[in-house]
Write a protein that binds this ligand. Structure first.
Ligand code: TNX
Length: 553
């Protein structure tokens, strides 16, 4: 009896010293896992309130990086670090130094060198340094308030893909500026660099366009929202909202400070009921139209037989380009039924006028969508912009300078790459984060349908095995999409994306042979400590349950 009490006490003591010994030590095995972590013969670096964050004097981006790092360290550990501009890159004992290093290969690559003397975070660009900062931040233990020991090591990484995206639909449900910024914060933590922002659709127009005020005054509001899963039954409560240009600029610069480009999506010629309700003359029938109170695909799309429609789109894009410096503009192109065009004399006239002849498997109306997309593409390219469109565009003979988003599956992506298009892989299974995270859905918040477990996301390989070697570079990245038909508020956004975003981050950063699901699962709880620190909602069951892709009782 006495002996067992002693053993218990000894064990308790052992657990307490090992846990304190571990808990003030940084661990570089974060998510996404850096590609190399090599120990250096040296004592630990001791991070204390006395440590400064140095940055190259006069470099505004690096100054902001230094302030961000200081803010993160304080949030993680309570340790406050001052920042200091330096006019040379001499080693400064006791400090963290942010540096630019031309010899580093890759714009977003970074190296973190830790010795007893200090910490250096270097990148070829400030964006690379920022990625190093994220890794250092995630390696810190949460909740330490005095000293953190950083083991001596060289940690470096370079992302596998240049395009590492997340998408957010702010139409089906509208989210405040603070929520969009929060989404950007989550992306930064996970090392992502592109936010695809879905701003217009049948259920609302959410971006202020000064030349067309009715887009938001009328097109931004619907009379009700579907009750339960999709049906014509709605709650009868007026719903809507939009972002002013000032708010958009604020969000764009918030993202840019975190090295995230925002790619706006103005979906055309389908998913346009918001605009058609405001300006019915842009449709084939002339309306009247109503901002949709249900989900799905409507036959009412833009009439491209009218010159006025093309002018409208160009005018809208003029303002969009002024708000979004991104090189890409997403022009949608998905789910555009062409039944109205078949009946519309103006669209039929356009088909003749531009000399469209049907091809095998491609109707004149499909090629009319290709012509329309080409006109918009030409216009945008005159302004130095490139287009992204959904994979339906592959059926419309669009030019290979259009980047394709493969969503109906992975096959269109491979097909697009073979044709010479750049491709972003976002196949609905498993890259649709509006889908359930388990097959056992009875105890889950309502979601769109489908199933994408954490493991399915982790295991997704964007580059098809049989894609020829000379086409593989066309797969420029991967993205997950959050459509919000059933996502109504910020905690629900978080629940849908966390922790699946962590699995996505790892496949965006790591080479396939570096991926290891069990190892990822072992590293995940430390990332989740950070979610908890910020009070982010996440699906805790994904951390403990396995085989959720198998139906359960
Ligand atoms: C398909 S993805 C859509 C969206 C829906 C989504 C729901 C795409 C190009 N179109 O309009 O919101 O499915 O998962």
């Amino acid at each position: 009896m006495k002996k067992s009490v002693l053993i218990t006490l000894a064990m308790a003591f052992f657990v307490s010293i090992t846990s304190t010994a571990q808990s003030n030590r940084a661990d570089y095995r974060v998510v996404p896992l850096p590609s190399a972590i090599n120990g250096i013969k040296s004592n630990d670096f001791k991070l204390t309130e006395q440590s400064l964050v140095n940055y190259p004097k006069g470099n505004r981006d690096m100054e902001r990086n230094a302030m961000m790092l200081s803010g993160y360290v304080e949030e993680m550990t309570g340790i406050h670090l001052s920042t200091r501009p330096c006019s040379d890159t001499k080693e400064r004992p006791g400090n963290i130094t942010l540096m630019l290093d031309e010899t580093i290969n890759g714009d977003e690559a970074y190296t973190i060198t830790v010795t007893a003397k200090g910490v250096e975070i270097s990148g070829k660009t400030p964006a690379g340094v920022f990625q190093g900062i994220q890794t250092l931040r995630k390696s810190l233990p949460v909740g330490i308030t005095s000293v953190v020991n950083l083991p001596a090591a060289q940690v470096s990484s370079s992302p596998r893909f240049g395009y590492r995206g997340m998408h957010l639909d702010c139409v089906r449900h509208f989210f405040p500026v603070s929520t969009v910024k929060h989404y950007i914060d989550m992306m930064a933590l996970h090392g992502m660099n592109r936010l695809h922002w879905h701003l217009t659709d049948d259920q609302g127009w959410r971006v202020e366009i000064k030349q067309y005020p009715r887009l938001t005054e009328v097109g931004g509001w619907r009379k009700g929202t579907v009750l339960g899963h999709n049906s014509p039954v709605n709650d009868g409560i007026r719903y809507g909202g939009y972002y002013t240009q000032e708010e958009i600029r604020d969000i764009v610069s918030y993202a840019a400070e975190r090295y995230i480009d925002i790619i706006p999506e103005i979906d055309m010629p389908g998913h346009m009921l918001g605009a058609l309700t405001a300006y019915p003359e842009l449709g084939c029938t002339g309306g009247p139209y109503e901002v949709w109170c249900q989900w799905g695909v409507t036959d009412d799309i833009l009439c491209v037989g009218k010159d006025q429609t093309l002018q409208f789109v160009k005018n809208v894009l003029d303002e969009v380009m002024q708000m979004f410096p991104s090189e890409y503009i997403h022009i949608g192109g998905d789910e555009s039924p062409r039944v109205r065009w078949q009946e519309c004399p103006l669209c039929q006239q356009r088909i003749k006028q531009v000399g469209i002849v049907a091809e095998q498997g491609k109707s004149p109306e499909a090629l009319l969508q290709g012509w329309f997309t080409g006109e918009i593409q030409k216009y945008l390219s005159q302004h130095g912009k490139r287009i992204i469109g959904w994979d339906e565009l592959l059926g419309c003979n669009v030019s290979t300078s259009a980047t394709i988003m493969s969503w109906t599956g992975a096959e269109p992506g491979a097909k697009g790459a073979k044709l010479g298009h750049d491709v972003i892989m976002t196949p609905n299974t498993p890259m649709y984060f509006d889908h359930y995270q388990t097959k056992s859905t009875w105890n889950e918040p309502m979601a769109f349908g489908g199933c994408a477990t954490l493991k399915m996301v982790y295991d997704f390989e964007p580059v098809a095995a049989d894609l020829p070697a000379d086409k593989r570079h066309h797969i420029i990245g991967a993205q997950a999409n959050l459509w919000t038909e059933y996502v109504t508020c910020e905690p629900q956004i978080d629940y849908q994306v966390l922790p699946r975003m962590a699995a996505l981050a790892e496949l965006q950063w790591l080479q396939p042979d570096q991926k290891d699901y069990n190892d990822f699962k072992a590293r995940l709880p430390r990332l989740v400590e950070i979610y908890k620190l910020y009070n982010w909602t996440y699906r805790a069951k994904s951390l403990v349950l396995e085989n959720e892709d198998k139906p359960q009782n």
